[in-house]
Design a protein around this ligand. Structure first.
Ligand code: NAD
Length: 437
């Protein structure tokens, strides 16, 4: 038996003992996972700095405090989320007197979590928390592109979590390919759509359900007559954090030509107040994960007129926060998810053209709008589709743990966070009780 096969067999046999089902065990695991975060705050930030030059405040906020908040919310609400539902008596017409019916959640079994490199801790351990809260055993495969973080999790997880119920397997494509040949009861994959398809094909072999947390080009519609200094500050904060390597980062802006000019000026001011006059020397600005991604993003810089930024240094994996003006729909930067610190501004005549532009493309993971108009909000909500929809503050929707986080169409399948993680990692079982007399 290969190592991977024996790890999976161990996790399956633990699940069979029933030890992961009691709510008390689930809560113990969540409390232990919380301690992993609080005890190792500094080592986590160190690993993220090594992998991504992630600024410490970003590391604490997104990769330590965010998961802790998710765990605390789950601990507080788990009993309520797991409570069985019961149908009203009038839904049972025709069945004998005294009949009851409802649903309850049962764990699926052994879950595989495959994580990416951009928020390598959060996107590994928040799904693990959800799978454990739902009573499963879990195998985590972190991304090989964030090696320091992967090694740290491989070292810490067995120290804090039940080693018979949770395992970490490190590695890249060969290990993932081997893992995908095994039978799991759910596969939770975060990453790109190409690998998403590989995962789904492998899962189909065993009829294993999948959650695919993918990406896409998340548009931002900026209406006329909005306060552009507020818009620029919030847009720059969302776009340039983690050097743009965020799945829900605004990918491009759609706005009318006059607003575009003013917004570009406001963005330059916002970037300067975030990172000073040379972002390269700012502690608050990260780097591109590796040379391959650097080359991919750097090749997009001549897709429009430079309104801001454009400097690069391959040895340092540095790409300046960049705004491209007057970008045409057929430019290279508009053909694929940017996943880097480059913000194209595409000019449209108004809302109708913006909606058509969005609907001509794949359904994005997020769609953002800055507008004072209720009609515009209603139209964006009803005439487009996206994983999430956020007005006024890009990326904030994923911090609300009771909102489902996930994509639609090319941006993904399924969702998680809070109660949605329980739904994802459980089977909702129907139950009918008919009295014998
Ligand atoms: P990645 O390259 O780290 O890949 C993710 C995982 O897939 C890794 O564990 C990797 O080992 C595995 N993998 C890679 N190639 C494989 C293959 N051929 N066969 C089997 N497994 C393979 O991450 P990435 O894809 O570069 O991440 C960036 C993408 O992820 C972007 O599109 C981004 O939008 C998306 N993303 C989505 C979310 C979300 O929550 N929806 C979050 C972060 C990133």
């Amino acid at each position: 038996m290969s190592d991977i096969t024996s790890v999976v067999a161990r996790l399956r046999s633990t699940f069979r003992t029933g030890s992961t089902k009691p709510t008390v065990w689930r809560k113990q695991q969540l409390v232990a996972l919380r301690a992993l975060f609080t005890d190792n705050r500094e080592s986590i930030a160190d690993a993220l700095f090594a992998d991504l030059r992630k600024p410490r405040p970003e590391a604490y906020a997104a990769e330590v405090d965010f998961p802790i908040r998710e765990i605390d919310h789950t601990l507080a609400e788990l009993d309520r989320w797991l409570a069985p539902t019961e149908l009203a008596a009038d839904a049972l017409a025709g069945l004998p007197e005294g009949t009851t019916a409802g649903t309850f959640y049962e764990p699926l079994g052994t879950v595989l979590v495959i994580a990416p490199w951009n928020y390598p801790v959060q996107l590994s351990l928040v799904p693990v928390a959800g799978a454990l809260a739902a009573g499963n055993t879990v195998l985590l495969k972190p991304s090989e592109l964030a090696p320091a973080t992967s090694a740290l999790m491989a070292r810490l997880v067995p120290r804090y979590l039940d080693p018979d119920a949770v395992a970490v397997v490190e590695g890249g494509v060969p290990e993932t390919t081997e893992l995908l040949a095994e039978r799991f009861d759910h596969i939770f994959y975060t990453g790109n759509g190409t690998v998403g398809r590989i995962v789904m094909r492998a899962a189909a072999e065993h009829l294993t359900p999948v959650t695919l947390e993918l990406g896409g080009k998340s548009p931002v519609f900026v209406d006329r007559d909005v306060d552009l200094s507020v818009v620029a500050t919030r847009l720059a904060e969302a776009k340039f954090r983690n050097a743009g390597q965020t799945c829900v980062a605004p990918d491009y802006v759609l706005t009318d030509p006059a607003t575009a000019r003013e917004l570009e000026v406001a963005l330059a001011e916002a970037v300067e107040s975030m990172f000073g006059d040379d972002p390269r020397h700012s502690d608050a600005y990260g780097r591109i994960v590796n040379a391959r991604h650097f080359d991919r993003v750097a090749a997009l810089l001549d897709s429009g007129t430079l309104a801001l930024g454009g400097r690069t240094d391959r040895d340092d994996l540095y790409i300046a926060p960049t705004v491209l003006s007057g970008v045409k729909p057929d430019a290279a930067v508009m053909q694929e998810e940017i996943f880097g610190p480059v913000l194209p501004v595409v000019e449209v005549a108004g809302l109708d053209e913006a909606i058509a532009f969005i609907n001509d493309r794949d359904k994005p993971l997020a769609l953002y709008g800055f507008t004072e108009s209720e009609t515009t909000r209603v139209r964006l909500a009803s005439e487009t589709s996206s994983g999430g929809l956020g007005f006024g503050l890009p990326m904030a929707h994923l911090r609300v743990p009771d909102l489902p986080f996930g994509g639609v169409g090319e941006s993904g399948l399924g969702s998680y966070h809070g109660p949605h993680s329980i739904a994802t990692f459980s089977h909702r079982r129907a139950r009918l009780d008919v009295p014998l007399t």
